[in-house]
Design a protein around this ligand. Sequence first.
Ligand code: SF4
Ligand code: SF4
Length: 193
Amino acid sequence: MQSESVIVPDHTWLAEVGKSSGENASDCYQCLKCSSGCPVTFAMDYLPHQIIHMIRMGLKDEVLKSSSIWLCTSCETCTTRCPNNIDIAKIMDAMRMTSIKSGLKVGEKRVPIFHNTFLSSIKSKGKVYELGMIGKYTLKSGDAVSKLKSGSLFDEAKLGWQMFKKGKLKLFPKKIKGRKEIKRLFKKTGEEA
Ligand code: SF4
Ligand code: SF4
């Protein structure tokens, strides 16, 4: 007989989400307005209103392992539609950060890698260094091998060369003046990159 996994609700979690996002998910009365306006529900495993409901139910691991929190584009359509003024986009953002810190296996492997690579570029240079970020992401995500096999790596290199010739890609990173302030912001928010 196959053993069924038991879902253990975490009843302290609603308060934790409130603290990390500044939003009260218990105000939600499941009207579905957020989900009906979200442009990426076609790809999500749980719709935005379901994520909010799962938070209220204490289903911590299910939310943190979902792909939805990573597919959310922070467009804020849901936030503007919510009749209870719940900033769902802010909750999604807080869930991404909690998911990274939790060490759980995330639903979308590549998106957190991209997220961290992007933040690490901002943290060290004060702005995005596209060439370095693309290189780091391609290596970390394992895309380098699959793209090499399919030949798409050469197509991307060709595109990169064309962009470089047009001045759209810089060979070396350019550091901005306010880097110290940016590092301080990272430290203040406890953001790891
Ligand atoms: S729009 Fe607001 S109240 Fe309605 S389901 Fe979404 S979060 Fe809940
Ligand atoms: S912020 Fe995220 S969850 Fe909300 S509508 Fe946009 S993509 Fe959907």
